[in-house]
Design a protein around this ligand. Structure first.
Ligand code: TRP
Ligand code: ZN
Length: 872
């Protein structure tokens, strides 16, 4: 570790001070040039507190500074690597700075950079300070005008707001001028310049205003933006009906870029997207891609209110915009694609990514109290758990108060930068409830455990329930809404009465607020099967000591589809863990296979639901359920169960695979996607029988595919089989798709995820492939993260070679793109769960990162925190 250096100083929530100056107006003038761009900033400022003016700036070449039109000499101010300080400022003044930047050498993809020959920006969270001197913090809100000058080789010159002027200049140059009437923090600033195709459309808002919609993409790609455009209009309409939120500018633009560190960015009026989350057509995009595009387009659009109009006071409040916006995009997707399946997918993601984080050394509260690099807190905890906590809040205050609380929030805080306290106070006010206990959810890390103990008294027809919660040591109890219902042994819903209520119900939400709660349900006529935590009503780990037969009843008949799916997952996990422990329960495995067969035949269930029911818990999910984890044993046990299911269900799977073949025109809608999902899930399970016939089917499936969903379904099935069938398919696939970057990303990733014994060697070879470009985050992640997160079996090779490979890649990328590199550290932080040799190997690699000369602050913070023991 870097014990020789002074430890970097954390930023703490407790130290928050309001800014000493406001910046009411900002005028930016860009003279764009790939290697030498000039930025002149004219800031209209006012002093609001005593003290010096300290502006933020990183890697800026400062050419001049002027105060109220008077040039300053370099003795009038103090410059460091990251600050520009001026003292004795008047009450109101204009500060003008001119700096020079080199976008062409910006490989970190933060600030102003070039992607595919175009200028673009990424300012959240602290990229604006790499563009100009500024108070780069979200509570400084300013009105922007922006003038962009560039050569005519850059025909489109875009920024936030409305275009107020454009024209030709001498010397083959031209300009455009933009004005954004809405005050905004610097992190929402954006600029794009270059040659682009545009897809245009329009939207009429609920009050009858016309909004021009433009999506800018690579030349020739505008047909591939049609789906995103459609998703955008549906998002705009949905926000009006679901939240009463109308769009506010006359123009809304989205630009797709190839090189981007994240999914997309909500810059006011000018969203910038990773092109993989925007461009789609049936030939090159899978249904999963369509689904993500729909949800990310919605997410970024919804930020216009939850993020842009109302923003965060400081970065500790990140969940204010992210948790709420994820909650909103999940609601949108549920309305578009079906509530049960959407909930299942959201919870699966939460468990796969957030639960491990919350259970390891990188755990942090949804509202953290300190950080070294705020970049490191764009996590599953802030986003996904943050969204769950909005759902908990809604359950606590009720539907009606939730709606009124949102309305109050939008009117009271419009145009402001606020805190989580401000947000929660709106719901306390409208509901009359004291929500201070709910606030603990935001301050305590860790996933609580919820135990439910149930005792039935047949004579009295009573069910005595004891609910107990346990969090980290020292953490107080949280409010946990538990939605539950009862079935009987035949799966019929049973009525029951809550204490003090006389009308019997078939479902109720009980909120546990103390460490434990006892209550007795009355009027329970038959021996009950408990269906608890329906719809995953709180982000907890549920522990119920139920007889295995109860899980079979729930799997067959729970009217709550989330819990029906969950019952199947519980059973499968249990069966796999028994196999991994060397004590398989073959009788239960047969019963499980039969139950799955019956649910596949259920004519009332939809295809998408059956598809998610067919897939077993992933190896990463299984790793959450045991300690120490032996990845090989888990993989083998899961494979063995898949094999049995494939043999048992073979005829059903083959029948489904035949029946569900797409006919006619491609449709991206949810029901067509559900059909394809089930057919591909059937194929994926089928090949586990190990027969040549199944392999041939997968090969044919791929060859006959008319869309990328089916092509990837086939290739994925073959990756599980391996051997020459997989190799031949890969060769043909590459030949066919080498001109399509988004498809080639999939080609890299499917190889990285293969369970074959030679996968690490293959992955190493692929880092030398001509199409591998480590500087493109999509390509880099497809291969490296595909391997480290998508292939636990090969990543955890017993000799540690997988861990070393990941670390080599992280350190290589850290030198030019710390943001993307450091995000790959997380799986190494899981070391405490693994067998001693693997744990040691993971710790060695973390130590190597932390001690690496010149390591970025991002990677240093994550690697050193990941080395700490997880709090108990
Ligand atoms: N605010 C973006 C979103 O969630 C996330 C994001 C995009 C981001 N680019 C970033 C976060 C760069 C940190 C750094 O919609
Ligand atoms: Zn977001």
């Amino acid at each position: 570790m870097r014990t020789d250096l002074a430890p970097p100083q954390p930023t703490r929530l407790a130290d928050y001070q309001p800014p000493a100056f406001s910046i009411d107006t900002v005028r930016l003038e860009f003279a764009l040039d790939p290697a030498a761009t000039r930025v002149k900033a004219t800031l209209g400022m006012r002093r609001t507190e005593d003290g010096p003016l300290v502006l933020d700036g990183t890697r800026l070449k400062t050419l001049s500074v002027a105060l109220d039109g008077r040039p300053l000499s370099d003795t009038d101010y103090a410059l460091t690597d990251t600050t520009l300080t001026l003292t004795d400022m008047p009450a109101a003044f204009t500060l003008e700075t001119v700096v020079e930047l080199d976008p062409s050498s910006n490989t970190a993809l933060e600030g102003l950079y070039l992607s595919g020959g175009r200028f673009c920006t990424q300012c959240e969270p602290e990229g604006f300070r790499t563009i100009t001197w500024f108070l780069d913090r979200p509570d400084v809100l300013s009105r922007y005008t922006v003038r962009i000058e560039a050569g005519t080789a850059f025909p489109h010159l875009l920024s936030n707001g409305n275009k107020i002027g454009e024209g030709a200049l001498d010397g083959g140059r031209h300009f455009a001028e933009w004005e954004d009437p809405f005050p905004k923090p610097a992190y929402l600033f954006a600029l794009v310049a270059g040659e682009l195709d545009v897809l245009e459309s329009a939207f009429t808002t609920m009050s009858g205003r016309e909004v021009a919609l433009r999506i800018f993409v690579d030349l020739g790609m505008s047909p591939r933006a049609e789906y995103a455009m459609d998703a955008l209009k549906r998002s705009m309409r949905w926000d009006e009906t679901a939240y009463g939120r109308e769009y506010d500018l006359d123009l809304f633009m989205i630009v797709a870029v190839r090189d981007f560190n994240f999914g997309a960015m909500e810059n006011k009026g000018l969203n910038i997207f990773n092109s993989s989350l925007l461009l789609a057509d049936p030939e090159t995009a899978t249904d999963a891609d369509y689904e993500r595009i729909e949800s990310v387009v919605a997410h970024e659009y919804f930020h216009n209110w939850t993020g842009d109009r109302i923003t965060c006071r400081d970065w500790f409040q990140l969940c204010l915009k992210e948790g709420f916006t994820v909650y909103r995009d999940q609601g949108f997707s549920a309305d578009m694609r079906g509530h049960a399946v959407q909930r299942i997918k959201d919870v699966r993601l939460l468990r796969a990514r957030q639960f491990p984080e919350d259970d390891g050394p990188l755990a942090h509260p949804v509202r953290p109290a300190s950080y070294l690099k705020i970049d490191n807190f764009y996590t599953a905890t802030i986003y996904e758990k943050g969204a769950e906590l909005i759902g908990v809040l809604r359950a606590l205050v009720g539907e009606d108060a939730f709606k009124r609380g949102c309305d109050l929030y939008f009117t009271r805080f419009d145009g402001q930068a606020v805190t989580m306290e401000d947000f929660v106070s709106c719901f306390a006010e409208v509901s009359g409830l004291d929500l201070s206990q709910h606030f603990r959810w935001y301050e305590q890390p860790g996933t609580p455990t919820l135990n439910i103990d149930a005792v039935y008294d047949e004579a009295k027809q009573e069910l005595a329930l004891t609910l107990t919660q346990a969090g980290r040591s020292g953490a107080g109890p949280l409010p946990v809404p538990v939605k539950l219902g009862l079935l009987d042994g035949d799966g019929q819903p049973q009525l029951f009465s809550l204490p003090g209520a006389n009308a019997p119900v078939d479902e109720a939400t009980i909120t546990l607020t103390d460490a434990s709660l006892q209550l007795t349900l009355t009027g329970v006529e038959r021996l009950p099967v408990l269906s608890a935590l329906r719809g995953f009503s709180a982000p907890v780990k549920l522990v119920i000591d139920e007889p295995q037969k109860d899980a079979f009843v729930r799997l067959a008949a729970d009217p709550d589809l989330f819990n029906r799916w969950e019952a199947g997952q519980d059973l499968a996990r249990d069966l796999i863990l028994r196999r991994a422990a060397g004590t398989p329960d073959e009788v239960a495995e047969e019963r499980y296979a039969e139950a799955l067969g019956r649910s596949l035949a259920d004519p009332t269930a939809d295809h998408a639901f059956k598809a998610v029911s067919l897939s077993l818990p992933s190896e990463n999910e299984l790793a959450q359920a045991v300690r120490p984890v032996d990845p090989q044993a888990l993989h083998d046990a899961r494979d063995a169960l898949r094999g049995r299911l494939a043999v048992h269900l073979g005829p059903d799977l083959r029948a489904l695979h035949g029946e569900l073949q797409d006919a006619g025109e491609f449709s991206a809608d949810a029901s067509a996607a559900g059909r394809r999902a089930l057919r591909n899930a059937a194929l994926e399970l089928m090949v586990a029988d190990g027969t040549a016939d199944s392999t041939d089917r997968a090969t044919l499936h791929l060859q006959a595919a008319l869309n990328m969903t089916d092509a990837m379904g086939g290739l994925n099935a073959l990756s599980l089989v391996g051997g020459s069938a997989f190799d031949d398919a890969l060769t043909a696939f590459y030949e066919k798709w080498q001109g399509e970057p988004q498809v080639i990303d999939k080609w890299f990733s499917v190889q990285a995820r293969s369970p074959a014994a030679d996968t690490l060697g293959r992955v190493l070879g692929l880092t030398l492939h001509p199409a591998f470009d480590a500087k493109n985050p999509n390509r880099f992640r497809a291969l490296v993260q595909g391997f480290s997160s998508g292939n636990p079996l090969r990543f955890h090779e017993p000799d540690g070679a997988g861990h070393r490979f990941l670390t080599d890649q992280i350190l290589r990328a850290d030198a030019y793109n710390p943001l993307t590199a450091s995000r790959l550290i997380e799986p190494l932080g899981q070391w405490a769960r693994y067998t001693p040799a693997l744990a040691q190997s993971m710790k060695d690699q973390l130590a190597r990162i932390a001690a690496h000369p010149g390591v970025s602050k991002n990677s240093f913070e994550l690697a050193s925190r990941a080395l700490e023991d997880a709090p108990g």
